[in-house]
Design a protein. Structure first.
Length: 147
């Protein structure tokens, strides 16, 4: 005779919840901007009548450390920096090397004019402004300079 497992009902509940979450995710696919997060960049995406604005937190990076690309209605933000530090105290020497790289891609909620895109960077916040367009020309993408 098999003994009943007191956790069977809990396992069934988790399976039902998992199915419901999967169904909910499928119902939202294609309606929300998709985001690939590969490390450390928090961002906000705002869609207005005539433009899409993306704001990203990149504290400690310089303008020259940031690389922006927009292609196929997808904005990619990459930032990379390296540094060395040395401290001498008596007979001791402390050396540290660091390398930090972050990136983030987001599918834009509307078609944008890549050639008129602009970006600014102040106080650790990157602001990318992408004017909206009605039709899209297929090309290789466009690099955006950071001011």
């Amino acid at each position: 005779m098999r003994r009943s497992n007191p956790f069977d009902e809990i396992e069934r509940m988790f399976e039902r919840m998992s199915r419901q979450f999967d169904e909910m995710n499928r119902s939202y696919e294609g309606r929300l901007p998709t985001v690939d997060r590969t490390g450390g960049v928090s961002l906000d995406v705002a869609e207005y009548d005539d433009e899409v604005v993306v704001m990203a937190d990149l504290p400690g990076f310089g303008r020259e450390d940031i690389d922006l690309t927009v292609a196929d209605d997808r904005l990619t933000i990459r930032a990379e920096r390296s540094g060395d530090e040395e401290e001498r105290t008596g007979e001791w020497v402390r050396r540290e090397r660091r390398h930090e790289s972050v990136s983030r891609s987001v599918t834009l909620p509307a078609a944008v004019d890549e050639d008129r895109a602009s970006a600014s960077y102040a106080n650790g916040v990157l602001t990318v402004t992408l004017p909206r367009v009605e039709s899209v020309d297929e090309d290789e993408g466009h690099h955006i300079d950071v001011n």
